[in-house]
Design a protein around this ligand. Structure first.
Ligand code: GLN
Length: 491
């Protein structure tokens, strides 16, 4: 059952081929077998079964809420759900319960979706490997000695190991796409403003987006179509989110559609830092595009090389002010101290991990009066130029294709001591967030050890449907075979 796609489950539930209870039970069994991968901060088996039974009752009475009724979706543990703890994998919020549901959670509940566990992440979504979680290090389903990527590593490993058919992640600089690429699944960051951020614990608000993670392109579209939309509670959600709704089904582009499509490729030659297997996947992609009669153009960006420094100024600046609310008074863990100042200082000292502290310090520095213009203001201007460059690219191009990450999944501990090396792994994904455009990572090839490679496809603002259709046509020829993975035993 777990080899089927979410859309297939939807049809099977509709036809009564199996029940939601049987469906979630098979995923619960799989999640149990994959427990050593440490994907979940919490997986409430009894409640999941109870919700599945309720879904079955509704369906039997002809009152299913939506096509997603009874389908399980795993949720990254930084998206607020009143029925669960929202920990952000931080000591600070170890026992935190949100008083409200995030808009995406509200929507999924209204659709009858079974919320399937809280997935692990780098603390407050800061990281690229899930090693920054205060609670556990999630492991890669293809090789448990390796990271699943991050920060949505728990969600990626859950879907990648087929412990859940779908998951939500959040993406500020690559946190959906990079782990999707490491775990051999599809992960998509929608256009900024497509999905409400209300109830997503803020990291860098001008970059954060919630998005779908799935085994294939169509399932990702299916999930996105249920979470998107303008939301009065998030002023940055965009009216176009309603005006151009995502279609829940995806028709791959035909030979006729593909012919003449102008695709900008940004494929590194043999620069240091790019794995052989990644370069090979670039070659395969280029050949495929040419075979379809696409017009392939090598593009150069004057600016992408600056995206990592720009991002680490803006994202840390926003994080330092967003995380100021964690003062030990209103949220989370309060250190027992005699005076107020000490409560602030000790709560933050004890509650935050080292990477979060590093970011708060950096962000506070770039916002400080003597350095504001030199760093924060300059980075804002440079960001504007990156956005302008994307607008320019898409005057002419239909898509941009480039590898999602320079490497396949790295070893646990390999980059943990070297923040710069860790930051470099987001080389390809960060400019997308700075530009606000949508992008998707598609599994395309593997290295000699069977570790998946991901290819990133970017489209113009709000062209999600076009992006999905194009990705689905590539997927027809490159979809990974997951049969060996299913036989893997974890201990
Ligand atoms: N890896 C990047 C960082 O550490 C991006 C994280 C994200 O997208 N949430 O900030």
């Amino acid at each position: 059952m777990i080899e089927k796609s979410a859309l297939e489950h939807s049809k099977a539930l509709e036809k009564g081929e199996y029940t939601a209870e049987e469906l979630v039970s098979s995923y619960l069994d799989r999640a149990k077998a994959c427990q050593p991968l440490e994907m979940f901060n919490d997986l409430d088996v009894d409640r999941i079964l109870e919700k599945a039974r309720a879904a079955d009752k509704r369906r039997k009475a002809g009152k299913a809420f939506s096509a997603m009724d009874g389908i399980p979706v795993a949720i990254k543990d930084n998206i607020c759900d009143t029925e669960e703890k929202t920990t952000c994998s931080s000591r600070f919020l170890e026992n935190y319960r949100s008083p409200y549901d995030a808009t995406v959670i509200e929507k999924l509940k209204a659709a009858g979706v079974i919320l399937f566990g809280r997935t692990n992440l780098d603390e407050f979504a800061m990281g690229s490997s899930t090693e920054n979680s205060a609670f556990r290090t999630t492991r890669n389903p293809y090789d448990p000695e390796r990271v699943p990527g991050g920060s949505s590593g728990g969600s990626a490993a859950a879907v990648g190991s087929m412990s859940a058919p779908l998951a939500l992640g959040s993406d500020t600089g690559g946190s959906i796409r990079q782990p999707a690429s490491f775990c051999g699944i599809v992960g998509m960051k929608p256009t900024y403003g497509k999905v409400s951020r209300y109830g997503l614990v803020a990291f860098a608000s001008s970059l954060d987006q919630i998005g779908p993670m799935a085994l294939n392109v169509e399932d990702a579209a299916f999930l996105l179509s249920h979470i998107e939309g303008k939301d009065a509670r998030d002023s940055t959600s965009h009216p176009y989110a309603d005006k151009y709704p995502t279609s829940g089904t995806v028709k791959p582009m035909t030979a006729k559609d593909l012919k003449g499509k102008k695709v900008g490729v940004f494929f590194p030659q043999s620069e240091a830092g790019f794995d052989e297997a990644v370069l090979k996947s670039c070659e395969d992609t280029r050949n495929w595009l040419e075979k379809q009669g696409c017009q392939v153009v090598n593009i150069e960006s004057r600016l992408w090389q600056y995206s990592i420094p720009i991002y680490y100024i803006l994202a840390t600046a926003e994080a330092s002010s967003n995380l100021a609310r964690f003062d030990g008074i209103r949220y989370g863990t309060r250190s027992k101290q005699a005076n107020l100042q000490e409560v602030y200082v000790r709560s933050r000292t004890e509650g935050f991990g080292p990477e979060v502290k590093r970011r708060i310090l950096l962000g506070t520095f770039v916002l400080s009066s003597g350095y504001y213009d030199a760093y924060y203001n300059s980075a804002q201007k440079a960001r504007r130029m990156i956005r302008a460059e994307y607008l320019d690219f898409f005057k002419d191009l239909d898509f941009i294709v480039q590898p999602t990450s320079p490497t396949t999944a790295f070893r646990i501990g390999e980059k943990a001591e070297n923040p710069i090396a860790m930051y470099q792994s987001d080389l390809m994904t960060i400019s997308v967030n700075l530009g606000g455009v949508p992008a998707l990572s598609l599994p395309l090839g593997a290295d000699s050890e069977g570790l998946p490679v991901g290819m990133q496809i970017t489209a113009a603002h709000f062209e999600e449907d076009k992006l999905f259709r194009f990705a689905a046509s590539l997927e027809k020829d490159f979809a990974p075979d997951r049969s060996a993975l299913l036989k893997k035993k974890y201990s």
